[in-house]
Design a protein around this ligand. Structure first.
Ligand code: P1T
Length: 388
């Protein structure tokens, strides 16, 4: 089946970029395990491809699919989310400035602070839930307003449309890390952003069996520039990884519906426990951006974090007390995971910096999977008992 321009999300997820193979009719995109392609004469390739860092048909299928899902003009796939972020920053020059959140994935913070700061790029880490802070941080050198929304691990939301307007007023681009939401729940480019970033490792892959990343640009000229850095720097994924992500994306919509339903039940269950001091989940009326969530997202997503009354010791006892939730970094797979960000995913951020942003030492983060809700709630009760 070929997709029409007005096809809906679920249909695009399964078909965009994935016509039956023109040679064999294979319905599933073949995994083109080749690094190079024959040429008829020097610089005259037989088909559209010359070398697989520059392009590979399995990767093209994924890139076309991602562009369709995010309503962009160009999708680019990378070997990891951080490789995608690296290519984004490769466009900048010494003296350029980025306004970003103070609640970010630890690896993103490390790439900004420990790698690109050394090349003369400047970063302002502000509370992006507060547009006045974003506005105040903008300078004539600002090139990106880089949002993670929902943020990792505190699930804070930034108003994408309003932040993009501020960015554009200062001559900067608005970039959104859409990893936690996925394009099924949130469409940053339609809201006014210019570039979307993904860790494909998470919900898009969906099965914790592949590491990958992506950029999607709205403007073709920016897409072309990013494609230059994708090829020039070379952080590209192999064809098998692209195939696995394509396979994951086909079920994204149905998986996300279940992730969201289970996470809503988990968040409500935790909030009702006297052992729990605070639950961070945008679907709860107690969340500071609950109203923005309803405006900006189809549903609040599958990630929940919380603080226990007993602090670090209680959090660690909880994380070791689950049976269905596996203690592990990462998120977005069909199976539920639990982790303690300060000692795991966000350990690369100095403790003082974390605490100043509101990330408590005892925070516990859940990636709520698609198992049966009752088994997940029973597992939380087991772990809460262990943490008592
Ligand atoms: O791990 P990688 O595919 O390189 O993606 C980096 C990344 C980027 N953006 C967000 C919002 C992320 O959460 C991540 C990776 N995060 C984890 C591994 C984690 O457990 O939070």
């Amino acid at each position: 089946m070929s997709t029409s321009d007005d096809a809906r999300f679920e249909t695009l997820a399964i078909h965009a970029g994935q016509e039956p193979d023109p040679v064999t009719g294979a319905v599933m995109t073949p995994v083109y395990m080749t690094s190079t392609y024959a040429q008829r004469a020097p610089a005259q390739p037989v088909g559209d491809y010359e070398y697989s860092r520059s392009g590979n048909p399995t990767r093209t299928a994924l890139e076309v699919n991602l562009a369709a899902l995010e309503q962009g003009s160009r999708g680019l796939a990378f070997a990891s989310g951080l490789a995608a972020c690296n290519a984004l920053l490769d466009r900048l020059e010494p003296g350029d400035h980025v306004v970003t959140g103070n609640d970010l994935y630890g690896g993103t913070w490390r790439l900004f602070s420990r790698v690109f700061e050394r090349y003369g790029i400047r970063f302002s880490f502000v509370d992006t839930t507060d547009l006045a802070q974003v506005q105040a941080a903008l300078t004539e050198h600002t090139r990106y307003v880089y949002l993670e929304t929902p943020s990792n691990p505190l699930l804070r939301l930034a108003d994408i449309g309003a932040a993009a307007e501020l960015a554009h007023g200062a001559g900067a681009l608005c970039v959104v890390d859409n990893t936690f939401a996925t394009p099924y729940l949130q469409q940053p480019l339609a809201l006014g952003a210019d570039i979307v970033l993904h860790s494909l490792t998470k919900y898009l892959g969906g099965h914790s069996d592949v590491v990958g990343g992506a950029l999607v640009a709205r403007d073709p000229a920016i897409g072309e520039e990013l494609a230059f850095y994708q090829n020039a720097v070379g952080g590209t994924p192999g064809p098998m990884d692209c195939f696995l992500v394509l396979r994951g994306i086909k079920t994204l919509a149905v998986r996300m519906d279940r992730h969201c339903a289970n996470a809503a039940a988990v968040a409500a269950h935790l909030e009702a426990s006297p052992q729990v001091e605070r639950v961070h989940y945008p679907g709860l009326p107690s969340h500071a951006q609950h109203e923005l969530c309803a405006r900006q997202m189809r549903a609040p997503g599958g990630m929940v974090s919380f603080e226990l009354a007993g602090g670090v010791a209680a959090g660690e006892a909880f994380a070791m007390g689950t049976k269905v939730f596996t203690l592990a970094e990462s998120l977005g797979g069909v199976e539920s995971l639990v982790e303690t960000p300060p000692s795991m995913t966000h350990a690369s951020i100095p403790a003082e910096t974390r605490r100043a942003a509101g990330l408590q030492d005892g925070l516990v983060r859940l990636s709520v999977g698609i198992e049966h809700e009752a088994d997940l709630l029973a597992d939380l009760d087991r772990a809460l008992a262990a943490a008592r």
